[in-house]
Design a protein around this ligand. Structure first.
Ligand code: FES
Length: 69
């Protein structure tokens, strides 16, 4: 069973990988080029702790919605 990745992100824009190819997961490194996947942009107005989905079953990508259970 996959569990979410808990990250403390600073304010600003972050691109989260949804394709599973990135070597810098959970961040997009451009490895999705040539696939149908694109990263999900997360914009935070303030620093926040977030739960990033790692099972790829979530309906709220890139955030965990508990679907891994
Ligand atoms: S490398 Fe996975 S979405 Fe960009």
């Amino acid at each position: 069973m996959s569990t979410p990745l808990i990250l403390d992100l600073p304010a600003g824009e972050h691109e989260i990988c949804l394709c599973g190819r990135s070597k810098q997961e959970p961040y997009c490194d451009g490895s999705h080029q040539g696939s149908r996947s694109t990263p999900r942009k997360v914009v935070l107005q303030a620093a926040a702790r977030v739960a990033i989905c790692t099972c790829r079953k979530t309906a709220s990508a890139p955030y965990c919605d508990g679907s891994h259970e």
